[in-house]
Design a protein around this ligand. Structure first.
Ligand code: TLP
Length: 343
C-alpha cells in the first residue's frame, strides 16, 4: 500500500498538468521586475483581493515576516494569537529580523476578539513598547483550520483604525476559508492593510506565497524581500505553478473539507481520539488523545507502521490534514486501519 500522508497540505506534489504549464512559462529577471509570469500572478492576486499591489515571495514565513518588518520599527509591539503561526512556527524571526516584540493573547479557536485585543494595546507612555500591528490568522492552523468570523474581523478592523494600528492577515489558508464560507477573498482582504497567501498548501503549487497591500507597503516589502534573500530571478517558472494552482485547485478545496469531516466523524468513534467536531471547519483536524491512554507519539508510530502519516502537536494532540493528494478512498482506508488498530 502506498503511504497516506496526512501530515500537511504542504506535502502535495505538482500534477503533470501543472508541470507542463510551468515548462511553458515566459520568464525574465524578477529582481528587475521583468518576469512576465510573476507580474501576471501579482496582477491576478491584486485583482482577486482588490488590493493596490502584490509581491511574489518564496514562502509563507517570508510573506509574514516581510509584512511585519514593513509595518513596524524596532522596539514596537505586535499583537497576535498565542497559537498563531507567527508566534509558534517562524523561528523567532519577528524578534530576530524586525526587532519587534510579540504580544500573544489567547483567542477562542485561535481568533481573538476586539474586546480581548483592546487591553493588550499599550498606553502611550515611554515605559512601554509602542503597539503598531495586529496579526490575525485565517484559517487558523493550530486551532484546526478554524475560520475567523468575518463580523469579528470587521470589529477588529474598526478598533484597529481607532487606535491607529495596522492589521495584517496570515492568510496562508484564506483560500479554504473563502471556499467554505462562500465569501470572496476580496471581502476578507477589505479589512486588512496587508494579506499574505500561500500557493504551496492546499492549492498544490511546489513553492510560493504572496504579500498584498498598498503600493507604498509593497515598495517597502520589496526592499525586505531582497534583504531576506528572497529576490528570485527567473521565478516565472514557479509563478506559473501558482497561477495554475489558483485556476485549477481553488474550487476543489471543498473536496478536502468533505474528506476532513468524514475522517473527523470516523475518528470520534474510535478508541483514544477526541475531536471537537465544531472546530473541523476546513481541511485540518486536531485530535486530542485521551489522557491515560497511549500518547500521540506512540499512536503516530503505530499509524506509520501501517502507512498512515500524521504529525504530533505535543504529546496529546495529533494533526491530520486532507489535501489534493488524498482521495475519499484514502480516508475510508485510513478509518479502516485506525478502527482495526485502536477500537
Ligand atoms: N505551516 C506548516 C508548518 O509550518 C506548521 C504546516 O504544515 O501547516 N502561516 C500558516 C498559517 C501556516 O500554516 C504556515 C505553514 C505558514 C504560515 C508558513 O508557510 P511556509 O511553510 O511556506 O513558510
Amino acid at each position: 500500500m502506498s503511504k497516506i500522508d496526512l501530515r500537511s497540505d504542504t506535502i502535495t506534489v505538482p500534477t503533470s498538468a501543472m508541470r507542463i504549464f510551468m515548462i511553458r512559462a515566459n520568464v525574465g529577471d524578477d529582481v528587475f521586475g521583468e518576469d512576465p509570469t510573476v507580474n501576471d500572478l501579482q496582477n491576478m492576486i491584486t485583482e482577486m483581493l482588490d488590493m493596490e499591489a502584490a509581491l511574489f515571495v518564496p514562502s509563507g514565513t517570508q510573506a509574514n515576516q516581510i509584512s511585519i518588518n514593513a509595518h513596524t520599527n524596532p522596539g514596537n509591539e505586535v499583537i497576535c494569537d498565542y497559537n498563531s503561526h507567527i508566534f509558534n512556527y517562524e523561528s523567532g524571526a519577528a524578534g530576530m529580523l524586525s526587532g519587534v516584540q510579540l504580544h500573544p493573547i489567547i483567542g477562542k479557536n485561535g481568533h481573538p476578539t476586539a474586546e480581548q485585543i483592546i487591553p493588550a494595546i499599550r498606553p502611550g507612555d515611554d515605559h512601554f513598547p509602542q503597539t503598531k500591528l495586529i496579526c490575525l490568522e485565517n484559517t487558523h492552523n493550530r486551532a484546526g483550520g478554524t475560520i475567523f468570523p468575518i463580523e469579528e474581523i470587521a470589529k477588529i478592523h474598526t478598533m484597529a483604525k481607532e487606535h491607529n494600528l495596522k492589521l495584517h492577515l496570515d492568510g496562508a489558508r484564506l483560500w479554504n476559508a473563502a471556499i467554505e464560507t462562500g465569501k470572496s477573498l476580496k471581502e476578507y482582504a477589505a479589512y486588512f492593510d496587508s494579506v499574505s497567501l500561500c500557493f504551496s498548501k492546499g492549492l498544490g503549487a511546489p513553492v510560493g506565497s504572496i504579500v498584498t497591500g498598498s503600493k507604498e507597503f509593497i515598495k517597502r516589502a520589496h526592499y525586505y524581500r531582497k534583504a531576506y534573500g528572497g529576490g528570485m530571478r527567473q521565478a516565472g517558472i514557479l509563478a506559473a505553478a501558482c497561477i495554475f494552482a489558483v485556476e485549477n485547485h481553488f474550487e476543489r478545496l471543498s473536496e478536502d473539507h468533505r474528506n476532513a469531516r468524514l475522517l473527523a466523524e470516523g475518528l470520534v468513534k474510535v478508541g483514544p481520539f477526541k475531536v471537537d467536531l465544531e472546530s473541523v471547519q476546513t481541511n485540518l483536524i486536531i485530535t486530542d488523545v485521551e489522557k491515560g491512554s497511549i500518547d500521540a507519539f506512540e499512536i503516530i508510530e503505530r499509524l506509520k507502521e501501517n502507512d498512515i502519516l500524521a504529525i504530533p502537536f505535543g504529546s496529546h494532540k495529533i494533526r491530520f490534514v486532507t489535501h489534493l493528494n488524498i482521495t475519499h478512498q484514502d480516508i475510508e482506508t485510513c478509518l479502516q486501519v485506525i478502527t482495526n488498530l485502536f477500537k
